[in-house]
Design a protein around this ligand. Sequence first.
Ligand code: MF3
Ligand code: CO
Length: 254
Amino acid sequence: MIVLRTDRELDLMVEANRIVGLVHRTLKPLVKVGTTTRELDSVAEDVIRSHGAEPAFKGYKGYPAASCISINEQVVHGIPGSRKLVDGDIVSIDIGVKLRGYYGDQAITRVVGNISEREKELLKVTRESLFKGIEQAVAGRRLSDICGAVQNWVEQFGFSVVRQFVGHGIGRRLHEEPAVPNYVPPERNPRLRKGMVLAIEPMVNLGTPEVVVADDGWTASAADGLPSAHFEHVVAITRGEPRILTMFEEEIDA
Ligand code: MF3
Ligand code: CO
């Protein structure tokens, strides 16, 4: 399904994604030793509601929180709770909001204290792979150009892309067509058209790409227990350069 977004719709999505960015900005100084993931989630929900928006994840297929907070080997969909952050934690924070009918969605992975050189490389390569994918979000190219660019970048450094979870179209729903895998998809390969809006979100593992889901029905972890990273931007395909609707990390962290 091809969704052509008007400029007005894109403006609304920028507003929704700006609130997501403000949540990430507010959480940044709280990502430190001793903070519980529930505290992060509660601040996230407060910031979202204080801007007149709703937490898009809460209630989505029964998901119980405003944020997904996935630590170390957890890949995505970690449910906030009583766990306290400790030195060396790699913390993926994924936030979604709904504002006046339109959705915003962005994941950033942050660190607590000291991590290993290989872990630093995992974060760097995952972030870079997101931008390699974004570069391909150009009208006339195909979905697989995005997917392949992400996959090539990641695998070149000996890391692996998660298959079980993928990016997605976004707009009037949190998840719209098409699915945006971080690997070259075996079948459907639509041409990219002006007006499509995609959430591109590489989930990259240091070891095996295999993922297991916990008994809570949500928390997805790398099967070998090695760390995982996740970065996500929402990108609109235009007549020219890709337009990133989410806030840049540089701006969030400024
Ligand atoms: N941000 C994730 C995504 O983009 C996940 C949300 S699913 C939820 O697909 F249930 F946790 F909300
Ligand atoms: Co998403």
